[in-house]
Every structure is written in C-alpha cells, then in structure tokens.
Design a protein around this ligand. Structure first.
Ligand code: PLP
Length: 443
C-alpha cells in the first residue's frame, strides 16, 4: 500500500529512474520515448547539464529569499528576458509555482485593475467550454472541462462559458473561417451584454486549446474579432498559454500568430521545462500602471513567489532556447511532423482529425469516419492508447473532450524541442501501432 495520494493506488506505475534527451528510463532499465514531454512540459528534454549547473549555482549562493525582503538577480533577469521576447508593453512578470497559480493570479490582477480604475462592479469572468485552466478552485471555475468540475461544482465561483473555437466538432457545414469567427465573436459580445458589460472583468481563453480538446488552434481571424469585442466593452483579454506558450507552437507566444496582443498572458510548463516548478503572469504595462498608480502594488502573494532556484532554472532554460534557436527549430520541425502524422494516419479508418501547430499535435479518434461519431466513452479509448503506447516504449498524453460527458478521444503529442526527425518518425510509427492495438482491444 502506497502512502502517496497523488497516484491511483489501484494502478501500478513504473518508477522513473533517469532521463536524457527525449528518453526516460525506469528502474528496470526500460526506455520510453517521451513524445508528450510529460504534459507538454519538457521542452529542453531531460538531464540538460547547463540547467543542472544553473540550479546548483543558485543553490550554492542562496536557496530562498522572501519577496517582501529581497529581489534576486535570477528573478530580475528572468523578467528582463521575458520582456525582451514579448511585444512592447507586455513585459511585466509575476512568478509563481504552477500554471493554476498563474491563472488564479491573472484573475485577481484583472479584478484589482478594474477596482483601481474605479469600476469595482467588474467581477465576472467569461471563458470557453472545452477548456482547461487548472485545478485550483477559481481556475477550475473558469475552466470548461465538465468532468473535472463535476465533483467540486458546489465550491466553484460564478462562471460563464461561451462556445470554443473548435472547427472539427462545432463549425457548421459550409461555414467559412470568417463566418465561423464572426459567429463566435457575436456570441461573446451577446454574453457580455447580457451579463451587463460593466460587470465583466475579463475574457479568458487558451490561445491553442491543450489538454481538454487536444491542441485546437483557432481559425484565422478569431482572436482579432475577440480582441475587438473585449476592447468595445472594456473587458481585459487574458490568454492562457500555460501549455501552448514559450515556443511550443513555433513562436515564443502562441498569440503572435493571431496578430493580437493580450492584456495578460499566463505561462508555466515550457518556462522551466520541468527543471523546477514555475509559472508566470505577464501583464501589459496598461494593467500594471493602473495597479501602481491605484492601490500602489498588486495585492497578492505566495511564500514561493519568485523563488530564486526556480527563476534560475527558468532563466537557464530560456537562455538555451534562445541561444540554440529552439523556437525556430519548432517552427521548422512542425510541418515535418505534420507530414509524418498525416502520411501515417491521415487515411486511418479511426482517425477523424489531425491538428496542431509547431510541436503541439493531436490525433482525434472516431468510431466512424463518415459521421465523425466518437467512440463510446465507456471504451476509454484514449487510456487504452496510452497503455498500448507505453508497452511499446512511447509516452503520449491521452484525453477526451467533455461537454456533459466525454466527446471524442484524442492523443496529444508535445515532444521536446530538441527532438530529432528520426525520433519524430519513431513516435509516428509507435503511435500508429498503439492506435491499432487499442482500437482492436476496444472492438
Ligand atoms: N492552463 C492550461 C492551459 C493548462 O494546460 C494547465 C495544465 O495542464 C493549467 C492551466 C494548470 O497548470 P498546472 O497543472 O501547472 O497547475
């Protein structure tokens, strides 16, 4: 009997013992090709000596200092680095320890912004169905993963969900990108107006939807229209790039491909690449100036805000990403990976959609290709694929969209940015095998 509660005691797990590059090795010496970087976390791969050295150096100097007494070189330099990689104005960082904390922090920042501007009635958040923003209560409240919310429903705060931008499942037959985006923006507009535009603090969305629906990029023009709606009503636009940010989609920020600048962005996974737990809120000067001129400072805090070791690790990760041109590498490898996936799985009788950007791809499974009918949720196809993949030494991240129940199994792939083309070929082959095995088992 394990004394650990963060794992299911009924499911035996291998013991991760070591790792290097895109490979994790368990305590029996079995090797796993890490095609999902955990949950889209590992962007430098495992065991990077320079990040280990940066962490050691920070530990040798100082392990921790509380932010009410000190700042640190690591935190200041990391903030400078992120500002330099962001559009003008969007350069003000708040460092936390996880993606959920980053989302919570962004909501509180939006709230204080409105209060400090003299609009204390703005307290509502609008977000999207089929989204995930974290597991703490406010993040879960704005999240649209109904399965994860169900148990905690009585504890959640008021939330308002609009349709996701998810063409494979929800675009009407014959609807152009332009008309689809216009329809979704109109829905957001109506929702804000119905709630009372002067009561809405922010609209929150993942730029490219991650875990809940499986790497769903927006249709072109969608976020430009959303930005206009937010601006019209004085509503802040918060983009959650905890999973899709820091180069994962082939640009440092995923929103760079949408031609807009949000007011606040959340980052986490790729920021520290798993070497330390770290997340960040990047806020626009327009927001931060209001807090500084209003209350004076952002009214928030956690003991481990701006943790020096986490910041030193993330700083090393970001410097390596930049020095080694890894975002550019993701942009180059993305179309190659897409070709491989489409080549191997594009005609598969149970693959309905292959979608993504950069090194952030998903394969959605369907029971029937003509109607795109999903497999019955009770078959747990995505979990079967994960298990079959592990048996052939591949790690991929399974999931199912949820509205009232699960709708559509997918497998998410997010390999480290250092992955080679040969490894991408192997990932594609092993995934193909795992899908075939799981579909056979399910029939
Ligand atoms: N936001 C998004 C888009 C995520 O994908 C996740 C985690 O998967 C979170 C927030 C929550 O991050 P964390 O698990 O680090 O709390």
């Amino acid at each position: 009997m394990t004394h650990i509660v963060h794992r299911n005691p009924h499911v035996p797990l291998p013991v991760a013992a070591s790792g290097s590059g895109c490979t994790i090795i368990d305590s029996h010496g079995r090797r796993y090709l890490d095609a999902s970087g955990g949950a889209a976390v590992s962007c430098l791969g495992h065991g990077h000596p320079e990040v280990r050295a940066a962490i050691s150096a920070q530990l040798d100097a100082l392990e921790y200092a509380h932010t009410s007494f000190f700042t640190t070189e690591a935190a200041e330099a990391l903030a400078e680095t992120l500002a330099a990689r962001s559009p003008a104005g969007l350069g003000h960082s708040y460092f936390v320890s996880s993606g959920s904390e980053a989302v919570e922090t962004s909501l509180k920042m939006a709230r204080q912004y409105h209060v400090d501007r003299g609009e204390p009635q703005r307290h509502r958040f609008v977000s999207r169905r089929q989204s995930y923003h974290g597991n703490t209560l406010a993040a879960l409240s704005i999240g649209g993963n109904m399965a994860r919310r169900a148990l905690y429903q009585p504890l959640l705060m008021e939330s308002h969900h609009v349709s996701p931008c998810f063409p494979f499942r929800y675009r009407e037959a014959g609807e152009s990108d332009e008309r689809y985006a216009t329809r979704l923006a109109a829905e957001l507009d109506q929702t804000i107006v119905q709630l009372g535009a002067d009561t809405v603090a922010a609209f929150v969305a993942e730029t490219v939807v991650g875990a809940t629906a499986g790497t769903v990029p927006p249709v072109p023009g969608y976020f430009r229209k959303i930005r206009e709606v937010c601006d019209r009503h004085g509503v802040l636009l918060i983009l959650d790039e905890v999973m899709s940010g820091v180069g994962r989609t082939g640009t440092f920020h995923a929103f760079e491909q949408e031609g807009i600048v949000p007011d606040i962005v959340t980052l986490a996974k790729g920021l520290g690449s798993g070497y330390q737990p770290i997340g960040a809120v990047l806020a626009h000067r327009k927001v931060v100036d209001v807090l500084h001129q209003g209350t004076g400072a952002f009214q928030h805090g956690h003991t481990y805000v701006g943790h020096p070791v986490a910041c030193a690790a993330a700083l090393a990760v970001q410097r390596i990403i930049q020095r080694d041109g890894l975002v550019e590498r993701v942009a180059t490898l993305g179309p190659r990976f897409e070709q491989m996936l489409r080549g191997a799985l594009g005609d598969h009788p149970h693959v309905g959609d292959i979608r993504g950007r950069g090194l952030f791809w998903s394969v959605e499974l369907v029971a029937d290709r003509a109607s795109n009918q999903p497999f019955a949720p009770s078959l747990k196809l995505n979990a079967r694929i994960k298990a079959a993949a592990e048996r052939v030494g591949l790690l991929c991240y399974p999931g199912a969209g949820t509205v009232d129940g699960a709708v559509g199994d997918h497998v998410l792939l997010a390999p480290p940015y250092i992955v080679t083309e040969a490894e991408l070929e192997t990932i594609t082959d092993l995934l193909h095998q795992a899908i075939d095995t799981a579909v056979q088992e399910a029939h």
